[in-house]
Design a protein around this ligand. Structure first.
Ligand SMILES: Cc1cc2nc3c(=O)[nH]c(=O)nc-3n(C[C@H](O)[C@H](O)[C@H](O)COP(=O)(O)O)c2cc1C
Length: 274
């Protein structure tokens, strides 16, 4: 009886506009409501707003059902903007169609990797006694105990030789304010001295030995633990000796062959609604 009373109260609240129509479709109560109490509603205990909301939702499910999204039958896919994928996966004859398809093919892999969006780092070493930087996106944390990271560095670069020689380097995660540093440090074959972009040694804790770039979101001073050559690159695994992070900066991103700024999904929704 308690359940019935509560359900009835919710129906009333909905009728009075106190329950949001969009949420009310989740309410499960109509069968429990005694007949005598249903009269002010639709004959089944439902408030008029609920009836309208349910009708709208049923119509929308029906419309989406034929869409055939493999994950959710189209319903959630359309809400979440995933239906474009659904349409690209098959042509009119129902055969699979891919924009990109390949096996062990470097060009296809390179093109596929353009779809990955990630942060950008500059690996800083010392070259001819001066701070030197190389733009690298192949960076990943490995484990927390001990704090370990890895980077993949083309073995023919100046940076790769610096790392092998000294067994030390710093990883600087770039902020949007460092776009020009990323451009400087990715120009193949040209000098990549970063003297103008480092934090002066006097402002660093004494244990930090490698070049730390100004305006980075975070910097790791590292000691090489292992270098494993894989094809054209060295996978460099390193133990983190020091971590430095200034007040929060906005990260620089790279993907689809260009530099990007991230926008939080919630922020985006706000912009869309505005
Ligand atoms: C956004 C971006 C990410 C890059 N990531 C890597 C990487 O992860 N590993 C790598 O070896 N080269 C990477 N490169 C290319 C190197 O920065 C570039 O080849 C290198 O600086 C050339 O050095 P060198 O003049 O000593 O040959 C990247 C370039 C850009 C623009």
């Amino acid at each position: 009886m308690l359940r019935k009373t509560r359900h009835f109260a919710r129906g009333r609240a909905a009728a009075a506009g106190r329950i949001d129509a969009a949420n009310s479709s989740n309410l499960k109560y109509r069968l429990d409501v005694p007949a005598a109490l249903r009269l002010p509603f639709d004959g089944r205990g439902n408030a008029p707003q609920l009836v309208a909301a349910r009708k709208q939702e049923r119509a929308s499910r029906k419309r989406d059902a034929g869409a055939g999204c493999p994950t959710t039958g189209g319903y959630m896919a359309e809400r979440e903007g995933r239906c474009a994928l659904r349409n690209e996966h098959s042509n009119e004859a129902g055969q699979a169609s891919w924009e990109l398809e390949g096996g062990s093919d470097a060009d296809v892999f390179r093109t596929a990797m353009r779809r990955m969006v990630g942060g950008v780092t500059v690996i800083a070493t010392r070259h001819a006694g001066r701070p030197w930087g190389m733009t690298v996106s192949a960076f990943t944390p490995v484990c927390m105990d001990p704090p370990t990271l890895l980077v993949c560095v083309n073995s023919r670069t100046v940076t790769a030789s610096d790392i092998l020689r000294d067994g030390r380097f710093a990883v600087n995660l770039l902020s949007q304010a460092q776009l020009h540093v990323s451009q400087l440090c990715s120009a193949a074959g040209s000098d990549k001295y970063v003297d103008d972009h480092v934090v002066p040694a006097a402002l660093l804790p004494s244990r930090v030995v490698m070049p730390i770039l100004r305006d980075s979101t975070v910097s790791f001073d590292c000691k090489v633990a292992e270098v494993r050559p894989v094809g054209s690159h060295n996978v460099v695994i390193a133990i983190i000796e020091s971590i430095l992070a200034p007040m929060s900066r906005r990260p620089l991103l790279y993907g689809e062959g260009k530099y990007l700024r991230g926008v939080g999904i919630d922020d985006f929704a706000t912009v869309e609604r505005a």
